[in-house]
Design a protein around this ligand. Structure first.
Ligand code: ADP
Length: 375
């Protein structure tokens, strides 16, 4: 059986890496042989995953098709599905998930907890403030195409109104976030589900950036159970095939609210490669191949840091300090093989494991100081 992956970035690369021990037949399509996946994998076809004809042609050469990025040509996926191809996730779900407005409607219609919201165009927001339908502070999110915080902004007061974005938007109540967490669920075509332990994000005290992710979460166990139930509930109600990464908030009243989901391997699951018995990547390979799912238990407390291109450097990457961090116990760097670095580009990640979470956090902070991506 042959698996096809649309997208040859780092997620595709890690999927292929997970498939190698099982000798799974995989081919990958993306625009350039310089990308992270073809860099390590010869079964690669050059093509544009946003192009209908390219996706159709590639899809017809495989038995099961999956994605590592949402912005693929969904029309082609519908047609391939009609031809009998199995698609993980199903195109109807990609249509819902790629649009933050449809996502929010899905949660509302299925009684799944999420912050209150309205859908409108960016230019209508001012009128809705006047009419009292929208009140400060609120969060504006463009419905399509935003990523890594781009296309999302918090509007605190009148003074911020000039930065309103135009276009179809979700306008959400601002949540007083206590914790941001994520749960990755996997669902096979047989309806069997598994989930990975809750991951918690730690934010930089001044810059509003995720500094590192860690697991186990420090949330009380009943709250973690609630987050897991909610996440499994979404996967069940969507009837999804494959992975569903669910990002959630805990608010000041202890409510667990869904922020958004991604139907593919996720940044919040990189650590599972070393830290869980089965990684998110292997789990997806297993369900794509029709194999039973593996055990998702956490082996040791773990911290994951993204390795971003250092500000002020662009060009061929140099991983300064790599040797030094490799000399530290429980430190596992992953370099994605991108040919050029630029400020804040995701160039790799590092997983840090220790018997004590506090110690893993200390070590991760040291790694952050030592390991720099320059050019
Ligand atoms: P993206 O899809 O670009 O990652 P998100 O919807 O995850 O965008 O939002 C990015 C960040 O903005 C979140 O991680 C969170 O910190 C903040 N955020 C999003 N929605 C809200 C909200 N309703 N209230 C407060 N903060 C929010």
């Amino acid at each position: 059986m042959k698996i096809g992956i649309l997208g040859g970035g780092q997620l595709g690369r890690m999927l292929v890496q997970a498939a190698i021990p099982l000798d799974i037949d995989i081919s990958v399509m993306d625009k350039s042989v310089d990308f992270p996946t073809p860099d390590i994998w010869p079964y690669f076809q050059e093509g544009d995953f946003t192009n209908y004809d390219h996706v159709m042609e590639f899809g017809r050469t495989v038995d099961v098709l999956t994605i590592e990025i949402e912005s693929v040509n969904v029309e082609a996926l519908y047609d391939l599905e009609r031809e009998g191809k199995v698609i993980f996730p199903q195109p109807r779900l990609l249509d819902i998930i790629a649009d933050k407005g449809f996502q929010k409607n899905f949660y509302k219609e299925h009684d799944l907890p999420t912050s209150s919201f309205i859908l409108c165009d960016g230019f209508e927001i001012k009128d809705k403030i006047v009419s009292g339908e929208v009140t400060f502070p609120f969060v504006q999110k463009v419905r399509k195409g935003g990523y890594d915080g781009r296309g999302v902004q918090v509007v605190f007061s009148e003074a911020d109104l000039e930065k309103l974005l135009s276009g179809p938007s979700v306008v959400e109540k601002m949540v007083d976030i206590q914790k941001e967490i994520a749960v990755i669920v996997c669902r096979g075509m047989d309806g069997q589900m598994s989930h990975f332990p809750v991951v918690e994000m730690s934010f930089h005290p001044t810059a509003n950036l995720v500094e590192f992710l860690f697991s186990p979460s420090t949330l009380p166990s009943e709250k973690q159970k609630e987050a897991i139930e909610i996440s499994r509930g979404i996967a069940e109600k969507m009837g999804i095939y494959g992975l569903l990464a669910v990002e959630l908030f805990e608010d000041a009243d202890g409510n667990i609210l869904i922020n958004e989901v991604a139907p593919r391997p996720h940044n919040s699951g990189h650590h599972t490669i070393e830290a869980c018995i089965t990684s998110q990547y292997e789990q997806l390979i297993r369900v794509l191949s029709g194999f039973p799912q593996g055990d998702t238990d956490l082996i040791q407390p773990t911290v994951m840091i993204n390795l971003l291109g250092e500000d002020g450097f662009a060009g061929i990457p140099i991983f300064e300090g790599l040797g030094e961090v490799l000399g530290m116990k429980g430190v596992y760097p992953h370099i994605y093989g991108k040919t050029t670095t630029k400020p804040f580009r995701k160039m790799g990640h590092v997983t840090v494991m220790n018997q004590q979470l506090d110690e893993a956090i200390n070590l991760a902070q040291k790694v952050k100081e030592i390991l720099k991506v320059k050019a």
